[in-house]
Design a protein around this ligand. Sequence first.
Ligand SMILES: [Zn+2]
Length: 269
Amino acid sequence: MPAQEEFLTNWGNQALSQSETGIRLAIAQSASNLKEKGYSESEALDILGANDTINFKLIQSAVESAYGKEVVASVEEKKVDESYVVPTSYKEVAAAVENQLKQLGPKQFMNKLARSKSPIMPINEKSYNSYLRLASLAVNDERSMNQLHGDLKKWFEESMYVSVCAAKSSKNQIRVASTTNGKFVATNERGASCDVCLESGTCSCSKFTQGHFGDFGLACEHIVAAADKVSPHQRLLKAITEVNNTTASIEEEVENKIELLNSKTIMRS
Ligand SMILES: [Zn+2]
């Protein structure tokens, strides 16, 4: 290999390894920032990993060295157990639905869904009976369970949609105020009020209590309105932005170094 080409190849490798060092540094910095802010090792991995799938292995080892312990990606496991204060898809409540069916048995399960005072599923006798047959099969049969999930999906997603629309509706004029115990009071245009607790995802309104929303993992418009006020997404986004800013400044530093290297190369040649 001619000398000049060899030199260029070496320089290229050096530059590559330098920028990888930069990325490593940035990730390690982000991981220890998150630790300082009180995030657990698996939360740190989730936050950094969600932001950057390409460097996932690097992120994992950076988090492990920042926390001094092994950490396993928990994304898949979490989906089953995680409870969502404001669910936005049937997937997020499917586990709660299945638990209810197994705990109550098919008859009580269907009564809770379709025969309460503010039912999630306002259905007639004929549909009720066919849902009941399917729910009875679903208890011991996975295929029927999947079919049941498929049939319930539209009712639950409609309920989620209605709550979100009602929370935003100017007609309802829902106003939310926080109370001293970390909970919320939601008031509507008629002055009626209800108590919302975001930690447990509960509300004292009749729609929530009589419709058994809590047991099925659903949220009423008051929970949606309160959650909007202190969105966890907002907090998460803020954390990610801070991490990105740190990464950007370190990357800039590395780029400057490479530029300097470049200019030296030009001077020498
Ligand atoms: Zn409510």
